[in-house]
Design a protein around this ligand. Sequence first.
Ligand SMILES: NC(=O)c1ccc[n+]([C@@H]2O[C@H](COP(=O)([O-])OP(=O)(O)OC[C@H]3O[C@@H](n4cnc5c(N)ncnc54)[C@H](O)[C@@H]3O)[C@@H](O)[C@H]2O)c1
Length: 309
Amino acid sequence: MAKRVLVTGGAGFIGSHQVEALLQRGYDVVAFDSLTMGKRDWVPAKAELVEGDIRDLEACRRAMKGCTGVFHLAAMSRSAASLDNVDICTSNNIIGTQHVLTAAREEGVSKVIYAGSSTYYGNQKPPHKEDMAPDFLNFYGLSKYVGEEYCRLFDKTYNVPCNVMRYFNVYGPRLSGEGAYALVMTIFLKQLRAGKPLTIHGEGLQSRDFIHVRDVARANILAFESPLHGRTYNVGSGTAVTVKELANRISTNQIHEDRRAGDAEITLADISRIKEELGWSPEISFEDGMKELLQEQETAAQQAKAGAV
Ligand SMILES: NC(=O)c1ccc[n+]([C@@H]2O[C@H](COP(=O)([O-])OP(=O)(O)OC[C@H]3O[C@@H](n4cnc5c(N)ncnc54)[C@H](O)[C@@H]3O)[C@@H](O)[C@H]2O)c1
């Protein structure tokens, strides 16, 4: 019988790709999501969708029944917005994570994969290595890190095997400007769809390590199936693209505004550990990933136009 696994946040951007990748690999998948950000339609029909909230321990327990592993992706996932939403960060990303781990422990799962974040590294000089000390620029980064530490302690003290994956800037199909991650690319795509100029904060010399969502889903599965646990891995491309370069790929219609508070100057992953220990490297180039994404935007715009006629 296929192994049953739980994906919290399984109706979200990364979560829905995770569900797809797991189904393709032959797992039975339960997607657990409050649908605050995620969309019912994004969950593949072959998966079971359980609507619920990770802040509710009983709901976590019910969703976890019969599961042998968990991919914990549900979170308050907006970095800049967290400066005005400390309580939401704490309840979703810390208490929610505690609940998922508690239910995982009670169910005796074989592995928990935790969605960590490159916001851990803040404004430190890149490349960012897993063992660096943290530099938090907002409460999102701090709360995601506290979740990491809960995973490590559950691993160490309760024998709940966990691996922490620190994603850099994830992009790919279904990335929307409606919330997900307050990622510069989502904002640019939203502006493109609305026919507005792309807003570049400062000179646009800040740079980001973009990693394709299907590469992230694959890294999570490798970390899940590996016998290694209690490990932390960067999941990035190991290359940086400036905001200005990104904007140029999307549209020449651009304006410049003042820098925003709480934004990292440069994100750039050192991916030597994940390459060495899990044999993972990114497979989708930025060029190919962007082509696919812009094609998706164009198709959506055409469909919207056809619907309006
Ligand atoms: N997208 C990125 O670039 C990126 C980078 C680093 C880390 N992450 C992390 O990856 C994970 C997935 O991010 P994403 O970009 O897919 O965001 P997302 O907002 O699309 O997905 C999060 C999902 O969790 C659900 N959710 C939120 N609160 C919940 C709750 N209390 N109970 C149940 N479900 C809840 C939302 O409805 C949504 O479907 C998050 O943990 C995020 O912190 C994302």
